[in-house]
Design a protein around this ligand. Sequence first.
Ligand code: NAD
Length: 253
Amino acid sequence: NISFENQVALVTGAASGIGLATAKAFAQAGAAVALADVNGEAARTAADELKAAGFQAVGIRCDVSDMNDVEAMVKQTVSAFGRLDAAFNNAGIQNILAETADTTAEDFDRVTSVNYRGVWACMKHELQYMRQQGSGAIVNCSSLGGLVGAAERASYHGAKHGIHGLTKSAALEYATRNIRVNAVCPGLIWTPMVEQMIANGQKQAMESMVDFIPMRRHGRAEEIANAVLWLCSSASSYVTGQAISVDGGYVMR
Ligand code: NAD
């Protein structure tokens, strides 16, 4: 059983889906948790629910595409709980479906500033604190889309591929300094993001994806949370610079 007793965890995109499930899992494992989300009200509501259940939690409004917000998020986490042991850089958005030739620079920038630069921004400020503390573990949320391409999704998949470069480079930099950096690659996980994709007319695409998953089902957000907690815990003390797929076997096909 993994314990985060006396430890502090920070999760971005923590008001929904995979982030919310991971924040809850950290709290249940004993961590004090900072729940950051661009939807500040939802982040605070989620933190209040955890506090009402007897856990230590704080809700923070943070847009990961804003450098000032990200710097303030790390500061707020440390001022609330005194340290930072684990960070899950999870906030992410979908691109507007379009062939590469038809994608607008505006949509490309919108997606990459959250899914790619946002992960770098979070790591920058988390690592500044962790290297001074002399310990830490970071998990970045990539995707199946960080490992394969897909038509009409170049900006999302390109950004997710980029996360692997950020992860491996930072892992190398801090390998001798007691800080590990890894990535998780969720497959098809049932969250509000997927519900939104279905509402946007992608029901058939989602169903045919399930047919292709060796386990023949979508995953649950808690199944990603379990992998993230393992990667942030001492149970994975010799693992760094890795991208772990949690996808029902999808990517091996
Ligand atoms: P979700 O939409 O349910 O939750 C994402 C959360 O991130 C929301 O609360 C949203 O408000 C927040 N967010 C969006 N932009 C933000 C920003 N700029 N700053 C801070 N927070 C922001 O989505 P989810 O399915 O839980 O996805 C979480 C992560 O998992 C994303 O990075 C996504 O790309 C990745 N992922 C999801 C799946 C899946 O099947 N659901 C598969 C692969 C990867």
